[in-house]
Design a protein around this ligand. Structure first.
Ligand SMILES: *Cc1c(COP(=O)(O)O)cnc(C)c1O
Length: 383
């Protein structure tokens, strides 16, 4: 059997045709496909404002900037995420902190968050922004976090990079965060090659995200400080970046969204099949909760009973099953240790990391491939 990656994009003939059409059109960037992609994404999400950018790392950075995170401010995120969830705070000159995970959902724990907020209030150092992460595509406890945000006065930037198409309490995610961030990297649910997006209910925040996406430059006379001197005229009114996404990418994104339901159904079927195939093995499986539906970006099992994760990982890799590990806790990265974090700071995250193995999961994963993964995993576990 050919090697099986942990994730892979799915590009249809329609996706290819959509990209080719842009390549023949007048605009490769700053043309109509970006607005169309934003409108398509917004339409899926109750007409919320969508601002597409060059990747989700940039989206996280802009989200923090739009919420005016700066030096002296504090941002908290989950240790079990990609480093970008924390780096965005440091880009703004803010300080970073972490809140440990719930071992069942592997997302930021609400009781841990509540406890840390109580302490932080006493110490007079509350976070300005909290960045919960919908790990593996399973939505966070955002309604409860919203209540804490309203009580303590922080904003929520949800890192929903894994969770395009996930639902929470009856609707697609996006309702409870101030800004939700999505990634369109090829390993994720929907791809634009590289790409990211900020989703928000706040029109003024969306305007600020757009301004910062393109150098802080405006061509909107209403936003200018001086008189509009003519059709050539623009003003830089803030310090922004070139974080734009191209029309080529956006056209791919719009096309990818058209069969999101089908991609989800196949991911969900594969996840359910793993749940059955692996039920009797000594591994902890991803949680299924009644009030939310994971987008199933990742299928992560935890090796239990003192068995060696490394031995299991190495055996599967040797069999051409290209398992991965998501994630090394961010606070254990050398860069973060140099900021003062240390092993033992977030025990649930560290315990999760010790056992975590990401199995292959993507829409085109065949039943034969899955059976092979399950059989080799069983063998690697000695069961
Ligand atoms: C992929 C990912 C990012 C970064 O996304 P890019 O689009 O690659 O910049 C951020 N956070 C999480 C949780 C991710 O998985």
């Amino acid at each position: 059997m050919d090697p099986i990656p942990y994730s892979r994009q799915e590009i249809s003939d329609a996706d290819i045709a959509a990209v080719v059409e842009v390549l023949k059109a007048p605009f490769l960037t700053q043309g109509p496909a970006v607005e169309r992609f934003e409108a398509d994404f917004a339409a899926l999400h109750k007409g919320r404002h969508a601002v597409a950018v060059c990747n989700a790392t940039a989206a996280l950075h802009l989200a923090c900037l739009a919420l005016r995170v700066g030096p002296g401010d504090l941002v908290w995120t989950s240790p079990i995420s990609f480093v970008a969830s924390a780096n965005c705070a440091l880009y703004c000159g803010a300080d970073i902190g972490f809140v440990d995970i719930d071992p069942v959902t592997r997302n930021m724990s609400v009781p841990a968050l509540a406890a840390r907020l109580e302490e932080a209030e006493k110490a007079g150092r509350l976070p300005k922004v909290v960045v919960p992460v919908d790990f593996s595509g399973l939505p966070c406890d955002l309604e409860e976090m919203r209540a804490l945000a309203d009580r303590y006065g922080f904003k929520i930037v949800s890192d929903s990079s894994h969770a395009v198409g996930a639902t929470y309490r009856g609707e697609l995610i996006g309702r409870y965060a101030d800004i939700s961030v999505f990634s369109f990297h090829p390993v994720k649910i929907v791809t634009t090659g590289e790409g990211g997006l900020c989703l928000t209910d706040d029109a003024a925040l969306a305007d600020r995200l757009r301004l910062l996406r393109s150098h802080g430059i405006t061509r909107d006379a209403a936003a200018m400080q001086g008189a509009n001197e003519g059709a050539w005229y623009y003003e830089q009114i803030d310090l922004g970046f070139n974080y734009r996404i191209t029309d080529i990418q956006a056209a791919l994104g719009s096309s990818q969204l058209t069969d999101l339901d089908d991609k989800f159904r196949r991911r969900d079927a594969a996840a359910r099949r793993y749940d059955d195939l692996l039920a009797t093995l000594p591994v902890k499986l991803p949680a299924r909760l009644n009030d939310r539906q994971s987008a199933h970006h990742l299928y992560v099992v935890e090796v239990e009973n003192g068995l060696s994760r490394k031995a299991v990982f190495d055996a599967l890799r040797a069999d051409g099953i290209l398992v991965n590990v998501h994630y090394i806790p961010i606070h254990l990265q050398p860069y973060y240790r140099a900021l003062g974090f240390a092993p033992g700071d977030f025990p649930a995250s560290e315990a999760f990391y010790e056992g975590a193995v990401t199995l292959p999961l993507f829409p085109s994963l065949s039943e034969a491939q899955q059976d092979h993964v399950a059989e080799r995993l069983s063998r690697a576990l000695g069961s």
